[in-house]
Structure formats: C-alpha cells, structure tokens
Design a protein around this ligand. Structure first.
Ligand code: CFM
Length: 537
C-alpha cells in the first residue's frame, strides 16, 4: 500500500526496519494465492523517540486489573502522580448492597518524596498500611510498586508479609514497576499470576450449582459489565465473579467453582483463563458483547456449551425481546451513518470487538490496531508455540499450575469438548487479522506520525482511539471517539449499549463541526528560525 511505503521511507533506516514488521494489509498478495498466514511483529519495545500511545506495567497491573476490585484497598507505593493517574476515574463504577465495602472512590498512596527515594520508603509504606487498616478495616489489601520502588530496592513483599501478620488480613504485593515490561501488558500478567496464586480458590465453600460462570476480562467501563450482567441474569446464569469490573475479592475466592469462564478481553486475562482450565478443569469461551450480532452469537454459544433445552429456549426468548426493543433505534442511526469508514486504534481488544458493533450500523473498518497486544491477539492462539520469548517477556514469571485433585471437575467429557470446539470458540481466539475484512490496514503500536499519515491517505469519517491522540485527530477535522473511556458515555455493551454507541457515533459523524475545522498548521506559519532582537517583537 502506497501510504505504508511512504511512512516507512520517511523513517531513518533502523526505525524503518523495525516498523516494517508492525504493519500489514489484510489479504494483500493473497489475490494471486499462496500468501499463507499473515505475520506481524508485536509486544516488542517501542523505538526510542517514537511517540507511542502505550502505558506502563504498573498501569496494566494496578490501573486495569486490580483497580476495579472494590472491596480491597489498593495502596500505591510511589510518587503521587502514579496514584492519580491510576485512580479509577473510568473504573470506579461499583455498586454495593448495604454492609458491603467499596473503596473505589479513594486513591491510597504513600506519596513518595525525594527524601524517601534517597533514604528508602519502606517505613512510609508500613505506616500507610497501618492507617488504611485502622481507618477502613478492609478485607484485603494490595500494594503496587512504581518505578522508583524497584530502583531503590524497597522490599514491598517483606512489608506485605509484616502487615499480613500484624493485621491478620491478606496483603498482596505486586512488583509491577512501570519499566517491568514493554507496555501495560506485562502488568496484566503480573496481576493475573498473583490473583491466581493467592486469591482464586481460597473459598472452598463457594456454591457453583446452576449455570454458573465467571466473566473474565470485563472492566465495567461506562457500565458495560452491568448491561452484560443484566442480560445474563435475565437468561438465568449465575455470575460467580467478574474479573474485575465491579468485582470483589470475596467473589474471586470462590471463582474456581464455576462451570464456564467467558473471556471478553483476551489480552488482559487469558493467563487466568488458561490456568483455571489446567487447575480446575473449567473451560473458557471467547465471547464478545460489543455489537448486537456479536451479543446474540455469544449468548447462543454459551447456551450451546451448557446444552440445556430450557436455557436455550430462554436465551432465544431474551434475544427476541431485547432485539425488538432496540431494532428501530438501531435502524434510524444506521440510516445516518451507513457507508462511513472508521479507523480503530485501542489497547489490546477493542479494535477487534468494535468492528462488529460498527458493522451493525453499516460502518466499515479500514484500519485497526492494538497498542500492546501480542502476536496471538493478531494471528490467533494457534501461533503461540512460534512466539519468540525475548528478554523482556522472560522478565515476567510464567506461573506453573498443577491439577488440583480435590477440586478438579470436568463439566464436559473430552469427547464433548472436542466436538464443541468445532462449533464454538472454546479455548480459542482467532485474532484480529482473521476477524478483519480484506484490505483492512493492521498496525501494531501506531504512533502519532503514522496516525497523521494514515488519516491523510485513508480519509476516515471516524477515528476511534484514546486521549493521547483524540485532539490531534479532531484538529485534522476528523471525529474521534475515545474507546477507552467512551468520553464518559456508555454503556456500549449488549443490546441497550449498542443503541448508546450508535447514537454517539451518529451524533459525532453528522456534526457540522468537522467541516468548519481549520487545522492549526494551515493558519500558523512555521517558525523560520530567525531570532528576534530588541523591542521589535
Ligand atoms: Fe483489555 Fe481493556 Fe483493552 Fe486492556 Fe487498556 Fe481498557 Fe483498552 Mo484502555 S483490559 S486490552 S489495558 S479491553 S485500559 S478496559 S480500553 S487499553 S482495548
């Protein structure tokens, strides 16, 4: 594709060589046959100097996976900026019943200062835990490390052990210093490991009877989890735990009793899904609640898994009722935006999920990319054995789990499992490339320079991305929708969520604003480099 060549040619040789492997056009070269499976470079370090949109390991651990657990106190050991950044402004959606605990609106930090960096901050951490326990009496505490903690060598594991002994509650330390990996993805892995080792399975009395499930990789952004929960309980599912949006420590301890794990975001939580299957025999199913068609397919896949006639009938009845209630609104919005083109660049899942919802309203995706996904999120899980393990990934522990003889239970016979695998995505994720239409540009770790180039060449009507590039895109006269925070709208999941999304997109695309925008570089003359002297300014 011409624009890709142009982008690569404008880079210095080293950067060009690196970036070349991170972009492709779906199906390019396949018209003549024999292009084989397309391959992409991913989960590798961003070249220094490139304006990446990625975050850090701490963001993935504390910000994404741990942060939404509402009945735990999450203490950040580090400077206040890190705490403020990961304070759950988009994830503080937690509902509780009387008597339950919810700490989501607080930010707990040791507020590390220069002197702590020089003389050590462990004492300050001990004190912070003490204050948190005495003031709030939480059931459990997490401690997350930020970059300086690892650099100066404060031992947060020792502090956690001391506190656990002193206060008699679980205190979990996460060594998720920002630099631990090439992106937030490393932090997901670190959080997954410890939740699996120290939380999940700790309640032997949890009741997994009925159509019991765990929802994995759903973080309740904009209330998505609530809309998904509403639909699932209407059908008759028993949600044992949500990992982790509006989730609790308490529920996680009994999650091993569920009969099925459904996985919404594969990237952030596939480790737990895999480990639960190994340890307890619970299969996982890849689902997508983003999109009307996608939600219907997901609900049918779940019913197929349980193979119960009554559940299947109830699934069809709920689908019918929900679909009828949104059909007209969806049709109206579709009429407004049918035929428009979108670019999607989000973290590690949504550029795949949202293609389905956009398709529901007639919008096609012409570019899709992930900030930090791994090759399996692009190419499908079957390539996992081919992924090269580099020094950065070796940095993160691969937790070895073994079969828990006492609690291991197979809901399906191995034969049933194999048969179902051919019908539904059981233990499988096909990845972004195979889910995208031919001709879609697929880019890993897209940067600002490339964003500008692609917008100029592809002329999208919508560029869905995040806060770091939203305004740059809008200054170019293109509507940008944040798919991380939903621009504080939502929910967008399920049936009712689809209408919210369709409305927001129709409103954004049809706004006359974009025709009136003059990009700043068209009015402000570039600096000449002449130095002004004296009073003549
Ligand atoms: Fe999964 Fe997420 Fe995402 Fe993600 Fe994220 Fe997120 Fe995201 Mo922002 S867990 S990979 S680390 S779906 S915070 S809720 S929106 S980049 S695409």
């Amino acid at each position: 594709m011409k624009v890709i060549d142009e982008i690569l040619e404008s880079y210095p040789a080293k950067v060009m060589k690196n970036r070349k492997g991170h972009m492709l056009v779906k199906g390019e070269g396949c018209e003549t046959g024999g292009c084989g499976k397309q391959k992409i470079d991913a989960n590798s370090r961003t070249m220094p100097g490139v304006m990446t949109n990625r975050g850090c390991a701490y963001a993935g651990c504390k910000g994404v996976v741990l942060g939404p657990l509402k009945d735990m106190i999450h203490i950040v050991h580090g400077p206040i900026g890190c705490s403020y950044y990961a304070w759950g402004t988009r994830r503080n959606k937690g509902r509780i019943n009387a008597g339950e605990q919810n700490f989501l609106n607080y930010a707990f930090s040791t507020d590390m200062q220069d002197s702590d960096v020089v003389f050590g901050g462990e004492k300050k951490l001990d004190q912070a835990i003490k204050e948190a326990v005495e003031t709030f009496h939480p059931k459990a505490i997490t401690i997350s490390a930020t970059c300086p903690v690892g650099l100066i060598g404060d031992d947060i594991n020792a502090a956690a052990a001391r506190a656990q002994k002193a206060y008699g509650i679980p205190v979990l330390a996460f060594s998720c210093e920002g630099y631990k990996g090439v992106s937030q993805s490393a932090g997901h892995h670190i959080a997954n490991n410890k939740l699996m080792r120290d939380v999940i399975g700790k309640n032997p009395d949890a009741n997994g009877e009925g159509f019991s499930i765990n929802i994995l990789g759903e973080y309740n952004i904009g209330g998505d989890g609530w809309e998904i929960g509403r639909i699932l309980s209407k059908i008759g599912y028993k949600v044992m735990s949500i990992m982790t949006g509006d989730g609790t420590y308490e529920d996680l301890t009994g999650a091993h009793k569920a009969k099925l794990n459904i996985v919404q975001c594969h990237r952030s939580i596939n480790y737990i899904a895999e480990m639960l299957e190994k340890k307890y025999g619970t299969p996982w199913l890849k689902v997508n609640f983003i999109g009307v068609e996608a939600t219907m397919r997901t609900l049918r896949d779940m019913a197929t898994y349980f193979g119960d006639a009554e559940l299947t009938a109830k699934t069809e009845a709920v689908i019918k009722e929900e679909y009828e209630s949104i059909q007209d609104d969806m049709a109206d919005y579709k009429e407004m935006v049918n035929g428009k083109k979108a670019c999607l660049f989000v973290g590690g899942s949504r550029s795949d999920h949202y293609q389905e919802l956009l398709k529901d309203i007639g919008v096609s995706t012409i570019l899709a990319g992930f900030e930090f996904a791994h090759r399996d999120d692009y190419e499908g899980r079957d390539i996992i054995p081919d992924i090269k393990i580099d020094a950065d990934s070796r940095n993160i522990e691969e937790l070895a789990v073994e079969k828990d003889e006492k609690n291991y239970k197979l809901y399906l016979t191995p034969e049933q499992y194999e048969e179902l695998k051919t019908k539904i995505p059981l233990g499988n994720y096909e990845g972004l490339i195979s889910l995208s239409e031919n001709g879609t540009v697929i880019v890993d770790d897209l940067n600002h320079f490339e964003t500008e180039k692609f917008i100029n060449a592809l002329k999208p009507d919508l560029f869905a991305s995040g806060i770091k590039d939203k305004y740059m895109i809008q200054k170019m006269g293109v509507f940008s929708k944040q798919l991380h925070s939903y621009d504080y709208s939502g929910p967008y999941a399920g049936f009712k969520g689809a209408v919210n999304f369709a409305r927001d997109i129709a409103m954004g695309i049809t706004s006359p604003t974009w025709k009136l925008v003059t990009p700043p570089w068209k009015v402000v003359k570039p600096l000449t480099g002449t130095v002004a002297v004296g009073g003549d300014l």
